[in-house]
Design a binder for this molecule. Structure first.
Ligand code: DGL
Length: 274
C-alpha cells in the first residue's frame, strides 16, 4: 500500500456512487475501487448482526485489492458496523457519520437538527450519539425520521414525481412543524432528492454525508502523507474499477443517475467466501 494505491469504497449497492461522486470531486487525482453488494441490497431493513457480517466481507475484499483507505459509503453500514470494520482493517477507515455530525452542529442556527435515514440507521442512533458526543451539543434538539420509501423511489428515478413529493411531505412533516433548520441526509440515495427537498423546506441546510466524508478522507490521506502525487490531465477519464455481487438490470442507467457519467460494465465477484 502506498500513495498510488487506490481508495476502496463500498456500499450495499449502487447508492454509494453518490459518495464516490463526492470523493472524485475532492480527490481528483486518486484511483478508486468501488464494490456494491448488489446481491444483498438493501442493508437498511436488516439486523445489525447481518449488516456487520456483510460489511466485514466487503472490507476483506477491498483489503485484498491493496487499497490505502476504505470509505464505508453506506450510512447503514457506517451506523452499525464501523467498529467491526475497523477491527479487521489494517488501513484507515472513514465512515459517513462523524463528519456529517460535525457539519450539522456547525450549520445549525436554532439548534434544531433533523436526521433522516434507513430504518437500521435511525434505530442505531448513530447520528444522534455522534452529535451528542460533540462539544456544543448541549443545546441541540434532535428529531430522527426513518424514510425507507425514499430508496426505491430514487432507484426508480422518481426524483420529482408527485408520489415522491407526497411521501416526502409525510416523512418531513415532524421536521417542518419543529422548524428544524438543518437536516442530515443520512442515506446514500437522499442527495438525489435535494431539488425536491429544497423546494419543500425552503431555507433549511441539508448536510450531504458523502460530501463531508469525502473532505474527511482528503484530510486523513493528507495527514498520513498518502495523497497521490500523480496529477490527472484535464479531461482524463477517472480511474475507477467497479465490482458488484450481482448485476442489477438497470445498473448502467441507475449508475448514470447517481454518478453523472456512464460507467464501464462492472465485474461480478463472490465475496461471501473471502
Ligand atoms: N446505502 C444505504 C444507506 O446509505 C441505503 C440502501 C440500503 O438500505 O442498503 O443507508
Amino acid at each position: 500500500m502506498n500513495k498510488v494505491s487506490p481508495i476502496g469504497v463500498f456500499d450495499s449497492g449502487i447508492g454509494g456512487l453518490s459518495v464516490l461522486k463526492q470523493l472524485m470531486r475532492f480527490l481528483p487525482n486518486e484511483k478508486f475501487i468501488y464494490l456494491g453488494d448488489t446481491a444483498r441490497v438493501p442493508y437498511g431493513n436488516r439486523t445489525p448482526e447481518i449488516i456487520r457480517q456483510y460489511s466485514k466481507e466487503c472490507t476483506k475484499f477491498l483489503i485484498e485489492k491493496g487499497v490505502k483507505l476504505i470509505v464505508v459509503a453506506c450510512n447503514t453500514a457506517s451506523s452499525v458496523a464501523l467498529d467491526a470494520i475497523r477491527s479487521i482493517s489494517d488501513v484507515p477507515v472513514i465512515g459517513m457519520i462523524q463528519p456529517a455530525a460535525i457539519a450539522a452542529i456547525r450549520a445549525t442556527n436554532n439548534g434544531k437538527i433533523g436526521i433522516i435515514g434507513t430504518r437500521a440507521t435511525i434505530a442505531s442512533k448513530s447520528y444522534s450519539n455522534g452529535i451528542l458526543g460533540l462539544p456544543d451539543s448541549n443545546k441541540v434538539e434532535l428529531i430522527s425520521v426513518a424514510c425507507p420509501l425514499f430508496v426505491p423511489l430514487v432507484e426508480e428515478g422518481w426524483l420529482r414525481h408527485a408520489v415522491t413529493r407526497q411521501v416526502a411531505v409525510e416523512y418531513l412533516s415532524p421536521l417542518i412543524e419543529n422548524k428544524t433548520d438543518t437536516i442530515i441526509l443520512g442515506c446514500t440515495h437522499y442527495p438525489l432528492l435535494l431539488p425536491l427537498l429544497n423546494e419543500l423546506m425552503l431555507g433549511v441546510t441539508f448536510i450531504d454525508s458523502g460530501e463531508h466524508a469525502s473532505v474527511a478522507s482528503l484530510r486523513q490521506l493528507a495527514e498520513l502523507d498518502l495523497l497521490s502525487g500523480e496529477s490527472t490531465e484535464l479531461l482524463k477519464k477517472p480511474e475507477i474499477k467497479f465490482y458488484v455481487t450481482d448485476v442489477p438490470t438497470q445498473f448502467i442507467d441507475t449508475a448514470l443517475r447517481f454518478l453523472g457519467f456512464a460507467t464501464e460494465h462492472p465485474e461480478i465477484v463472490d465475496i461471501s467466501s473471502i
